[in-house]
Design a protein around this ligand. Structure first.
Ligand code: FAD
Length: 265
């Protein structure tokens, strides 16, 4: 069984620097960590691995990322915790990708690794926050996608059974493999690395590929391949104070209209 976990490097602080020209996050690596949702994704992959290997199956867990070269450090940390190997897509041509270009590049990485049984993504990345990549990868691979998994109940060689969150509550869902799932942060707690895991991670294979190496079309990668761009990202100024509306509901509504009209929106 081949399980691929998509792992994104995200800024470790909320104070992120934005490139004033491309309006993308300056990913200088020094402060990056694994997106917290992806740590949960890795733990669920490792639990499937533990269970299937106890039944005699051969399971390989690969961590896949598109990011700057420093991201290799984070992939090796995932290997220290139990992943088998990693693939890093790193090339300036990938920079500034929107989710369409990102999911295309990651899908090329998944095809390079060979058809997976399960792809596990975090529900969302804490910086871009779109929650689009998992479903988009499923669309490119033309496989089922179950989003917002809260609990993994079972995964054998043919199907997986989960509990997932919806606006109406918790749903029990089963999907045939291969499939993509995206996981909620509190679905599991990532295990600590063992000493032997840390040692093994230093020599473990982490392939680093550029656009050509992964067989991607440069016109569909990075800023060039992004039909949408972030025009501006900013921390909204917090206006102090506020207006307290008095009187009957009708009077308050009148005051509200005046206030909003006065804003010149
Ligand atoms: P999400 O879809 O939230 O991530 C879900 C999961 O996908 C992650 O948990 C992880 O498992 C996987 N994943 C995501 N990125 C990677 C990666 N690089 N490597 C490996 N796995 C990955 N782009 C848009 O198209 N539309 C927008 O509206 C948009 N708004 C943005 C707003 C801000 C403030 C910022 C900083 C970026 C925004 N972007 C947007 C760019 C977006 O961050 C990138 O497209 C990014 O590569 C993926 O989107 P995401 O972070 O929202 O991922």
């Amino acid at each position: 069984m081949r399980i691929i976990v998509c792992v994104k490097a995200v800024p470790s602080t909320t104070e992120v620097k934005m490139d004033p020209v491309t309006n993308t996050i300056v990913r200088d690596g020094a402060q990056s960590v694994v997106n917290p949702f992806d740590s949960t994704a890795l733990e669920l992959a490792l639990r499937i691995k533990d269970e299937r290997e106890a039944l005699g199956d051969d399971v390989r867990v690969t961590v896949l990322s598109m990011g700057i070269p420093d991201t290799e450090r984070l992939l090796r940390d995932c290997i220290a915790r139990g992943a088998d190997d990693g693939l890093l897509l790193s090339d300036r041509a990938f920079a500034g990708a929107d989710t369409l270009a990102t999911s295309y590049a990651l899908s090329c990485g998944i095809r390079h690794l060979g058809r997976p049984d399960v792809v596990i993504c975090g529900k969302m990345a804490v910086d871009g926050d779109t929650a689009q990549i998992g479903p988009e990868i499923a669309g490119v691979l033309d496989v089922p996608c179950i989003a917002d998994v809260r609990e993994l109940l079972a995964c054998d060689g043919n199907c997986l059974r989960v509990r997932r969150g919806t606006d109406a509550g918790i749903e029990l869902v089963e999907a045939p493999l291969p499939a993509v799932i995206t996981v909620a942060k509190d679905a599991a707690q990532l295990r600590m690395p063992a000493i032997c895991g840390v040692r093994a991670s230093l020599a473990a294979p982490v392939e680093v590929l550029d656009v050509a190496g992964v067989g991607a079309d440069p016109a569909r990668c990075g800023l060039a391949g992004s039909p949408t761009q972030v025009v501006r990202s900013f921390v909204p100024e917090r206006s102090s104070g506020g207006a307290w509306l008095e009187g009957s509901p009708a009077q308050q509504a009148e005051q509200l209209v005046e206030l909003v009209e006065g804003m010149g929106l």
